[in-house]
Design a protein around this ligand. Structure first.
Ligand SMILES: [Zn+2]
Length: 146
């Protein structure tokens, strides 16, 4: 980790500072146990309005527990964040907050990958005929003139 503990946005943006590197789980205690490696790319500059702007790209791989089948699932996260931070801040805290916010509240496998849908008899194809079709009878209903 080559992230400074604190970053002065104005200074960093004037200097056009770019910080790039990887974080390991121990860097982000609130996410320890969930994440693999996090790659960050932080670039500082000015937006069209000439205001200091920080752009953070985050790529991370998490192991979450699927809320449908209770099995672990890989979750790849790609986040792009723009910060307009007037004050000195702690980059590591911002990254940790953003990762937590970006994680799904209820992680679930894709249906095809989920152990739950494979283990149950439910199959969308087999149940085609039982599916509720609200518009099937519409034609008939429209013919009902009193
Ligand atoms: Zn699942």
């Amino acid at each position: 980790m080559n992230l400074p503990t604190e970053l002065d946005p104005l200074k960093a943006c004037r200097a056009g500072q770019v910080l790039e590197g990887n974080l390991v789980p121990t860097d982000l205690p609130r996410l320890e146990g969930l994440m693999g490696k996090v790659h960050y790319h932080l670039s500082c500059g000015f937006n069209e309005k000439k205001e200091p702007e920080l752009r953070i790209l985050l790529q991370a791989k998490f192991t979450l527990i699927c809320q449908r089948c209770n099995q672990p699932m890989q979750y790849i996260l790609n986040e792009e964040i723009y910060l307009e931070e007037p004050d000195v801040f702690k980059p590591i805290d911002v990254i940790e907050d953003e990762l937590i916010l970006a994680l799904p509240m209820i992680p679930m496998h894709e249906e095809k990958d989920c152990a739950f849908s494979q283990n149950t008899a439910y199959s969308p194809v087999e149940n085609e005929n039982n599916r509720y079709k609200p518009f099937t009878d519409l034609g008939k209903k429209l013919d009902l003139k009193e």
